[in-house]
Design a protein around this ligand. Structure first.
Ligand code: HEM
Length: 518
């Protein structure tokens, strides 16, 4: 072989890196620790039931899978730190933010949705996410961020319908543009997030170039009991950059794990990705004065209503050693907050309060926070027993509250607002933000065209009656958007004949899109 190192990256070297550290092999045992004899590893013409080694290997292998995350099941993770770079103590008493220069260990998970495990991550239609778990001295602080600053709907009842409409058709087992667009046209406010998702902002050049938005409005309070309403943001220090649809389709064809590979290689090579942590602080805490709903996750706060404040940065400097133990078993929960940061009061967040606990008990069990990667720096509870891990199960400590025996006692936080914020949200339809996105966030003709190209790719096989509803909706946003869509759709439809069965594939030119540029 000529030296072939040009294509050997840190990912491909991983096993060699292991061998380099290991020097010589350890003794092989069963999971109960008995040495495995050499003859037990060969099983031709032997009685299997007499061989504990093969019994264990098969029984374990057929029980290896645990339920996937319901969404964002494909992903990866990395460790790093959060460092405070600006004094924000006037906004929050959270100790994680209390001193400039203070560092807190972080575990991030990058997720890809609408793509099952094994699917491509460089997909224009998949949502992408970055979740941050900060191991603070006051407990784990989790931020689950999407690559769009807005979310599809505000009523949590739509979660199931949204999942079903965006996923595989129950009969064909194929992702179905018809149900996707049917959902969007029945729930027109979801088009705003769809536009973000299908634009270049939905297809970053890599996880390292992607920003993340927890979307909800949190209430912060300081140690004088004063409140502030904020939206957190994690902005890539590399700036935003995206792949074109053509680049994504080529990359996906040779490396469906390219985003994951890029992140791993960059960290191994010492090229550490970083995110600036900021918050938009609402300029008033008198909510009654506002002419808009600051808790509406489907909309952007109007310009001039908030001030952006720097908090710190997250730097990722270490790959995980084991994906299952450290990433698959990680449990991010938006209710993991610390003193100084209150739960967002909107209805969608309330829906999430139920969802994540339930999902993670199903996926990881009731003792999920005792799995090493989820363990906070400090925890004392009255929970006991259950499916392992139980760790030391709080040993001999008293197991009921209240008690006379010095069991753990609650925090008395005098600064925490006593009232519970009750907000009333409208279910009105808005399209102004979609207009603003199309006309003001997307500045160039090329950006607008690229959005519409991606939309046509979702819609290309969708029958006319649903298309008609989509065009009506686009027209209501901006007639110019609807015209662009119709012109592009007709161009694609006239020049592209998608194969329906293998005999339709042109074997000399299998790319049905070769006559047009998208
Ligand atoms: C009704 C609304 C929602 C429901 C019911 C819901 C439910 C879920 C569930 C069940 C999971 C899987 C959890 C697990 O197994 O560990 C999940 C993951 C996730 N959700 Fe949501 N979600 C909702 C809205 C949102 C919103 C508004 C955001 C962001 C602003 C968000 C961000 C995420 C992220 C980033 C993950 C992946 C976390 C990871 O990588 O482990 N979700 N969601």
């Amino acid at each position: 072989l000529n030296s072939s190192d040009a294509n050997v990256d840190a990912v491909s070297r991983q096993l060699f890196d292991f061998r380099f550290k290991k020097k010589r092999p350890d003794l092989l045992t069963t999971s109960a620790g008995q040495p495995v004899h050499l003859e037990q590893t060969v099983n031709i013409n032997k009685v299997l039931l007499n061989n504990p080694y093969i019994l264990e290997s098969i029984k374990h292998a057929v029980n290896e899978r645990t339920p996937n995350r319901e969404v964002f099941s494909k992903g990866t993770g990395a460790y790093g730190y959060f460092e405070v770079t600006n004094d924000v103590t006037k906004y929050t008493k959270a100790k994680v933010f209390d001193t400039v220069g203070k560092r807190t260990k972080v575990l991030t998970r990058f997720g890809v949705s609408q793509t099952e495990k094994g699917g491509t991550d460089v997909s224009p239609i998949a949502g992408k996410s970055i979740s941050f778990k900060m191991y603070t001295e006051e407990g784990n602080l989790d931020f689950l961020g999407l690559n769009t600053p807005v979310y599809f709907y505000r009523d949590p009842v739509l979660f199931r319908e949204f999942l079903h409409a965006f996923r595989m058709n129950p009969k064909t087992n194929i992702r179905d543009g018809t149900s996707t667009l049917d959902f969007v046209t029945f729930n027109p406010i979801s088009i705003h997030t769809m536009l973000w998702q299908l634009s270049e902002y939905g297809l970053p050049r890599g996880f390292r170039y992607m920003s993340a938005f927890p979307c909800h409005t949190y209430e912060l309070y300081n140690d004088h009991g004063e409140s502030f309403f904020v939206k957190f943001k994690f902005i890539s220090e590399l700036g935003f950059d995206s792949f074109s649809l053509a680049e994504a389709s080529v990359i996906s064809s040779f490396d469906p794990d390219f985003y994951i590979r890029d992140l791993y290689n960059s960290i191994e090579d010492g090229n550490f990705p970083a995110w600036r942590v900021e918050m938009d602080v609402l300029n008033t805490s008198n909510l009654k004065k506002l002419k808009f709903d600051p808790f509406d996750v489907t909309r952007i706060w109007p310009n001039g209503t908030y001030t952006t404040v720097e908090i710190g940065r997250v730097v990722l400097n270490q790959n995980v050693k084991n994906q299952f133990a450290e990433v698959e078993q990680a449990a991010y929960n938006p209710t993991n907050l610390v003193p100084g940061i209150l739960e967002p009061p909107d209805q969608l967040f309330r829906g999430r309060v139920i969802a994540y606990n339930d999902a993670q008990i199903h996926r990881l069990g009731v003792n999920r926070n005792k799995i090493r990667v989820n363990c906070p720096m400090y925890a004392r509870t009255y929970n006991r027993d259950g499916i392992p891990p139980v760790l030391d199960n709080e040993r001999d400590a008293v197991n009921y509250y209240r008690n006379s025996f010095n069991g753990p006692v609650p925090l008395l936080d005098v600064d925490r607002p006593k009232r519970q914020l009750v907000i009333e949200q409208s279910s009105s339809v808005h399209l102004e933000d979609s207009w603003r996105f199309y006309n003001e966030v997307l500045v160039t003709e090329a950006q607008k065209q690229r959005l519409v190209n991606a939309m046509v790719l979702v819609a290309i096989r969708v029958p006319a009656s649903v298309q008609k509803e989509l065009i009506k909706l686009l027209n209501a946003i901006d007639p110019k958007l609807a015209v662009r869509y119709v012109v592009t759709f007709e161009n694609v439809n006239n020049n592209v004949k998608l194969p329906q069965v293998v005999e339709d594939v042109d074997r000399k030119n299998p790319n049905p899109f070769s006559k047009i540029t998208l």
